[in-house]
Design a protein around this ligand. Structure first.
Ligand SMILES: [Cu+2]
Length: 137
């Protein structure tokens, strides 16, 4: 392969990698459910149909993913009876009972705003299982 051809291939790969995800309709958020945190990659996506590609990375605990609208970044809901009191939030969708090592996919249409992603099994929210997702317009 010539150098010019290698450069062309490299350029094409870069253009493909940089193509905006919203052009194809869906944005994907990789969600790692760990025992003491939830990691979202990326933590900000454009509005529209969003695929939460979720994996329970725990070796021992069952987890769930719940996505709430109406969240304010930096303002967590209070805890009552070992779970988050989500009375001021709106549950958009969830997947329960994701066993250790298992994956689950949640696809939701979201409008711009701040969303709170949590696992609300007893004591899990308090342990740190929450993350904010920013959806931009
Ligand atoms: Cu959990």
């Amino acid at each position: 392969m010539t150098i010019a051809r290698s450069l062309t291939l490299a350029t094409m790969l870069m253009l493909t990698a940089c193509a905006p995800t919203e052009a194809s309709g869906d944005a994907t958020v990789l969600v790692a459910l760990a025992d003491d945190e939830i990691l979202l990659a990326p933590p900000s996506v454009p509005d529209g149909r969003i695929v939460f590609d979720t994996e329970n990375t725990s070796t021992a605990l069952v987890h769930e993913i719940e996505v709430f609208s109406g969240a304010i970044d930096g303002v967590l809901p209070p805890v009552a009876n070992s779970v988050a009191d989500t009375a001021g939030l709106t549950l958009i969708d969830e997947v329960e009972d994701i066993v250790p090592g298992a994956s689950a996919t949640l696809t939701i249409d979201l409008t711009p705003g701040t969303y709170l992603v949590i696992c609300n099994l007893p004591a899990h929210f308090e342990a740190g299982m929450w993350a904010y997702l920013t959806v931009t317009g």
